[in-house]
Write a new protein. Sequence first.
Length: 555
Amino acid sequence: MRRALFASILMLACASGDDPDAERPELRTHVGDWRDQVIYQIVVDRFANGDTSNDVLDGIGPEPDDLVRHQGGDWEGITERLDYVKALGGTAIWLSPLVANVDRTEREDGYHGYWGTDFTRPNPRYGDLRSLRRLVRRAHEAELLVIVDVVTNHAGRVFSYDLDSSGTIERTEIEPPYRAEGYDVPLVWTHDVILWDAEQRPWQLGGEHFRRRGLGDVSIFDQKIYGDFPTGLRDLDASRADVMDALVATYVRWVEETDVDGFRIDAVPHVEDEFWPEFGTRIRRELGRRGKRDFLLMGEVFTRSAFELARYTGETGTLDTVFDFKLKFDVVDGVLLDGRAPSTAVPALETDRAGYRPFEHPDGIGLSPWEARVLIADNHDTWRLRGELDRFDSAALALLLVLAGEGIPCLYYGTEQELVGQGGGESRERLWDTGYRRDTETFVWIRKLVDLRMAHEALRRGTQRVRFASENDGRSDEPDAGMLAIERAFEDDRLVVAMNAHALQRSAADVPTGFAVGATLRNLLDDADPRRWEVGPGGLVAIELGPREAVMLSR
């Protein structure tokens, strides 16, 4: 008996030794400076299907004609396509949430991953723990960082309010109207909600761990914090110490299990402010003890308000950074796509800096929140860049702004394939339908911009100043209408990025710069461009550009 038991143990040990993903990885710090990264956002269900065995579970499978239903993408598919991300120029991948989800409702499927149920278990539609570990390991071997999406605000539609105590679920009991005092009624549970507790034991939540106030109106502050989220997502009571402990323990454990490098945190403003300093401090402290440092905490604050964006990074211990939706809405959409006056871009590009915390968080990523702002032109919650305006020249300006701007650029999967979705499931298309082409005009443009960013420290670490911003919009025929110019500078490396956002006319401006008088500048965006620009008195450079044309000037 002992001999047989020993043989079994030996076989297991050998099997484990042959499979590096069978056990927890050693935690390491894989990042140097987050400003050197180009993040590539992936909706797992839509990127690549590498394992068809998990396509149909519990009788629910892909529905190719309906983009609010599962499509079959998984972690194995991403692992097989890491070379595609590298070819584009990505240096980090951001994955949609990992955990087991509510699979289907009458409206749509939980393909996106934001409807968590068992937070201790990987989503079986994406793969198992080994396939996730393999993805992270292979990414690190390819010098790609891995960021995962996490949710602290809510679970999926895991119960309904039994308003009439009938024991059955009526449509009106899924999203009852908000009630400040809460609903003291029986709950009809459809899924168990499980997290790891502080002792690393599976912990099943009960009704008392949820607010139970019904559907909130996100435009009303209290309801945004305490109400359920649309589609019946149940609001966790994050003010409870046991819920805080469990959220910290659960997400620390996911890092222990996989060695990922950062979190994108969903729906930050829907959790009370007091939560974030403790959560951020504890996550950093626990991971630091385990050898994982410079771990990125980036939050989704879906607003154009600079004040709101800055305040979630301001108090010590809070988030390292946020997605810069002000840049997205005011500059990408407003100036570059809709033709508003470039002068409206100045706050998002420069002066809003004053409202941000001017130094890094203790045990954080070593950057101030402004330096680490995550720059986007589109993402899974917006219309696609080409869905807004299906033109290469306008998309090219937006991508130039993101990849040449101060912050950490983030690309949404499929932008390089010129997808044109207009929100919701339409903006979460199957990438495999494109054939993963590497010769689209936008793919080639992104790669060129990434190469320039990596070649110039000024584009990664430099200061950013708006040097010219016309007060004349895209309907004006003034000679400078649509002109915008920013200067990036780091030590001896200096560049001026100028663009004409006007769709119809050539525009011109004398742009102040920090270049020495008499210096001759060339356009780095086009090696074949024969034009040269001479720096005149006072550092002025006369720049004239065609409609939706841009240059990047350097000596």
